[in-house]
Design a protein around this ligand. Structure first.
Ligand code: GAR
Length: 193
């Protein structure tokens, strides 16, 4: 990765659309001495995102961006990232697809967490699809973001067993618990820590 930790922590923005439980784990991780990142900005496309509350709790600047027009939305985001000197973006349940131009302008510096063992089950409804296919296990993946959806270089994955009694909801909960550990581990890995 092109970033270097130096003495200061890497200024990071987390993009969310919903509950923000991964955001919360990333904030907790960022506060550890061993963490190479600090969370300096929360971006959302959804003014009702529950995760926005963590901005208030942890005094992190948050920005709600209206995505009615993608171009304008991304320009606004880039402006915010510049203002805050953001060096790394962590997508954490961000349900908008970023344009190629946006991804290029932050190339190699955008991470995403996805609730399946990529390349299996890109996109939505991953747990339902894994159960319907009678898979024995699923899991989660942290990967670099490139111009193709859920297709960038994989950093780390964690496997989670699927049981007969599982519903998408019960499986999703077990996977989410693993996501919370995996994101931090993946960040340590890309910085060789
Ligand atoms: C997580 O399971 C994350 O992997 C998934 O949304 C959930 C967000 O939960 N992301 C995607 O599906 C991206 N395509 P959270 O808001 O509690 O972190």
């Amino acid at each position: 990765m092109v970033l270097s930790t130096g003495t200061n922590k890497i200024k990071t923005a987390v993009f969310i659309s919903g509950t923000g439980s991964n955001l919360k784990s990333l904030i907790n991780f960022s506060k550890l001495k061993k963490s190479p990142i600090s969370i300096n900005l929360i971006i959302t496309n959804n003014k009702l995102a529950k995760g926005l509350k963590y901005g208030g709790i942890y005094k992190i600047k948050k920005k709600i961006i209206n995505f009615k027009n993608n171009d304008i939305a991304e320009k606004k985001i880039l402006n915010e990232l510049k203002k805050k000197k953001i060096e790394l973006i962590c997508l954490a349940g961000f349900m908008k697809i970023l344009s190629n131009n946006f991804i290029k302008s932050f190339k190699g510096k955008i991470l995403n967490i996805h609730p399946s063992l990529l390349p299996k089950y890109k996109g939505l409804n991953t747990h339902k699809r894994a159960i319907e296919n009678k898979d024995k296990y699923s899991g989660c993946t942290v990967h670099f973001v490139n111009e193709k959806l859920d297709s960038g270089k994989i950093i780390l994955q964690k496997r989670v067993n699927i049981y007969k009694k599982d519903t998408p909801d019960s499986l999703g909960k077990r996977i989410l618990a693993q996501e919370h550990k995996l994101y931090a581990k993946a960040i340590l890995k890309i910085f060789n820590l």
